[in-house]
Design a protein. Structure first.
Length: 158
């Protein structure tokens, strides 16, 4: 929607998305983390007495507390160091795609010790970043599988 109508504000409705008041605070933060422009949160002085949607409303005091704890992040911060790192990663990726080191040095395609080291290190990093270890392992296994497939194909052409 932002691509079609870039100036259209996008709001999140955590009350209706979650359906229960316990989910309102985390959904508000997730909306801010995803770059929403604002929130619509149902509030009532006595939510349990509300005529409708009682389970998904919070008191004004609770709403004030939720809003005071929100972290609103920059959409596009200017971080030169991050851009420098991204350029460096791009250079490394390009070199890896173009080089045929193993072929040039008559090495086996699979380097088991290095593969296991990568899975262990990246798995631990992923967990520290809040990622599921199964997800990290799956991503790196898929990358490795495709890399091995391409290397074998390349070696069999020579």
């Amino acid at each position: 929607m932002r691509r079609r109508i870039p100036n259209l504000p996008i709001f999140c409705d955590p009350s209706h998305i979650g359906g229960v008041r316990e989910l309102i605070a985390p959904l508000c933060q997730q909306a801010m983390d995803l770059g929403f422009d604002g929130l619509m949160v149902e509030s009532h002085c006595t939510p349990d007495c509300a005529w409708s949607d009682a389970k998904q409303q919070v008191t004004p005091d609770v709403l004030d507390f939720i809003l005071s704890k929100l972290v609103v992040r920059e959409l596009a911060p200017t971080t030169e160091s991050l851009e420098t790192l991204r350029r460096h990663i791009d250079e490394i990726d390009n070199n890896l795609m173009e080089r045929q080191y193993k072929l040039e040095h008559n090495m086996t395609v699979v380097q088991t010790r290095r593969y296991n080291e990568i899975l262990d290190k990246r798995g631990a990093q992923g967990v520290l970043c809040g990622m599921a270890p199964e997800f990290v392992k799956s991503v790196f296994e898929d990358i490795h599988e495709e890399s091995v497939r391409q290397q074998i194909e390349l070696m069999n052409k020579k």
